[in-house]
Ligand binder design. Structure first.
Ligand code: ATP
Ligand code: MG
Length: 202
């Protein structure tokens, strides 16, 4: 009994210290501005995290836009849900690029066309959140000019948030970002013979 009391008192003191520390950090975070987030790495969870933030933003009544730079072979649930929403401007890169195409010139044309949509959105003061899904591949393949992409990101409205997803984000993109998360692949069912699951994978 006495030991329990002791332990409870110690726990209470530790929690008080923790709360003070968290409160100090919350009080120190006073800036309020548009952020650039990069979600990269080989593990599962990049695009689904970005669309989680889209769901939050739509819930708060923010104006949002999505440009998907790789057209999947299946219609993904996020497109089915958000493309109909009047608060979300939704673009999917045209028929050009999928993992199956091998035609560099067609891919470049499709990437440029999608990027011109993204550029217009990044110049629009009324858009609060922009998701540039799988943008990193357009840079690693050299389909888009890196300097042009970085310039549009830098020049965007001060309060606009941007989320970029994709593996192998370039060094310049990582340097420009305010928040970077690298999702680590520990295990994925697909690599053990399980096919892509509706609702989880697309
Ligand atoms: P998600 O859209 O599920 O968040 P992601 O954006 O992190 O995934 P992508 O590289 O865009 O990952 O791949 C999209 C698809 O590939 C999804 O169906 C996802 O489950 C699958 N996938 C992601 N990472 C892996 C992996 N490490 N091994 C096998 N399949 C993966
Ligand atoms: Mg993805």
């Amino acid at each position: 009994m006495a030991m329990d009391k002791d332990r409870n008192a110690r726990h209470k003191r530790a929690m008080q210290r923790k709360k003070e520390h968290v409160d100090d950090r919350i009080a120190a975070a006073t800036e309020d501005r548009g952020l650039l987030l990069v979600l990269t790495g080989n593990g599962k969870g990049k695009s689904s995290s970005a669309f989680g933030m889209l769901a939050r933003s739509v819930g708060h009544g923010l104006r949002c836009a999505v440009v998907q730079f790789i057209k999947g072979t299946w219609e993904c649930g996020e497109q089915l849900l958000f493309a109909k929403n009047p608060a979300v401007e939704f673009h999917v890169m045209g028929t050009g690029f999928t993992w199956e195409t091998q035609d560099r010139q067609t891919d470049i044309a499709a990437a440029e066309s999608a990027w011109s949509k993204a550029e217009a959105i990044l110049a629009d003061e009324a858009t609060d959140l922009v998701i540039l899904d799988e943008l990193t591949y357009m840079l690693t393949y050299g389909y888009l000019d890196k300097a042009r992409v970085l310039a549009a990101l830098r020049a965007r409205p001060a309060r606009q948030h941007v989320v970029i997803t994709g593996r192998n984000a370039s060094r310049e993109l990582l340097e420009l970002a305010d928040t970077v998360s690298e999702v680590k692949d520990v295990r994925h069912a697909f690599n053990h013979g399980v096919k892509a699951q509706k609702g989880l994978d697309y």
